[in-house]
Design a protein around this ligand. Structure first.
Ligand code: HPA
Ligand code: ZN
Length: 352
């Protein structure tokens, strides 16, 4: 657990500048959700794939979502332009350059292989392209990047098992598995056996739960799937016993404020519960989810959330510290990032 050190005083007016400058880890982003409309059109042209939008502007105009499903329909259509290893590399590289610009020092990127293998794209093509970008990000950008394979929960557990089989020859190129796509009606326990198998294989386990679904889905992600982190989890605040469990066991929540806003989980950012999650002692973090679709990458999520919810400099430290506590990194890396965080705070205060 990260106990907050004595922090130098920082004027509230400098908070946007501070949160942009902080080193941080991003733990909840879907790489297919970083496909900008310009890249979708460029790849559609390169691969001679038809997409049902005339131009970049009309595609962007379609990004008016009412709930998770209305987003997923467009998100899967956008991903249909990805065919070659180079396409997957280009998509991931574009994100990693933006992550670097936002002072993201470590990122754990989700990918949805079933979206691609169902179109006949080989698993190897997907994983090799994404993994090559991760390797280059370490060497060329100084950004540490790893992959988490997500199962699509609207498909069957049998399909998830087949996907796992196809991915296992590439076991060294991803660190864990997750669960995403349409939540309500597809509870975590639908994937009990495949997660048990992944656990035996030593993979890290995470799952989306409590985005639109009830607290019961967060309980079963913890108790049945035995996940180490909950993705979203914002509905947990409806269940005091669950809040207590999450705080006591320090189960991180990877919260995505702009995603929640765009998918109408909260009516506006000022109504978001991130501050109450933090103040209840939960290991909450801020992440971008699908930045090309939801109006912003990491720093945009931080700056807009701080502006709307009156979070303080102390919360900024906590959120960054939480991101490193929640990361699947080793202890020396965590210590080094925490030192970087402290040094950034002090440099910032000294420059006042
Ligand atoms: N929720 C569920 N599935 C997803 C999401 C999300 O926020 N983004 C991409 N797939
Ligand atoms: Zn997500």
């Amino acid at each position: 657990m990260n106990t907050q050190p004595t922090l130098p005083a920082i004027d509230a007016g400098r908070l946007p500048e501070l949160v942009r400058a902080l080193p941080k880890a991003e733990l909840h982003m879907h790489i297919e959700g970083s496909l900008e409309p310009e890249l979708i059109f460029a790849l559609a042209q390169r691969n001679k794939v038809q997409i049902p939008y005339a131009d970049v502007e009309s595609l962007r105009r379609a990004y008016a979502f009412t709930d998770l499903q209305s987003f997923l329909d467009i998100y899967y259509a956008g991903a249909s332009v990805l065919l070659t290893e180079q396409d997957f590399y280009d998509m991931a590289w574009a994100y990693l350059e933006r992550a670097k610009a936002d002072n993201v020092v470590h990122t754990e990127m989700f990918f949805d292989p079933q979206t691609h293998t169902a179109r006949g794209v080989p698993m190897r093509t997907v994983i090799d392209g994404l993994h090559r970008a991760c390797t280059d990000a370490g060497a060329q950008l100084g950004v540490s990047a790893v992959l988490i394979l997500c199962f699509l929960r609207h498909l069957s557990e049998e399909d998830a098992f087949a996907t796992l089989e196809q991915a296992l020859p590439h076991r060294d190129k991803f660190i864990g598995v997750g669960l995403d796509s349409s939540e309500v009606g597809h509870p975590p326990e639908k994937f009990a056996r495949v997660f048990a198998r992944c656990r035996e294989l030593g993979l890290h386990l995470v799952a989306h739960a409590g985005e639109e679904g009830p607290p019961a889905y967060v309980w079963s992600a913890l108790d049945v799937l035995k996940v180490e982190r909950i993705d979203h989890g914002v509905q947990s605040s409806k269940d005091p016993a669950l809040m207590k469990r999450l705080a006591e066991q320090r189960v991180p929540l990877t919260v995505c404020p702009l995603s929640n806003l765009k998918l109408c989980v909260f009516p506006d950012l000022a109504a978001h519960n991130i501050r109450s999650l933090l103040d209840a002692g939960l290991v909450a973090t801020i992440n971008s989810d699908d930045p090309a679709y939801f109006g912003g990458y990491m720093n945009e999520n931080w700056v807009q959330t701080f502006a709307a919810t009156s979070l303080t400099a102390a919360h900024a430290w906590q959120l960054a510290a939480n991101s490193f506590e929640a990361s699947f990194i080793d202890a020396p890396a965590r210590r080094a990032y925490m030192e970087q965080l402290q040094a950034t705070f002090e440099r910032f205060a000294a420059a006042a």
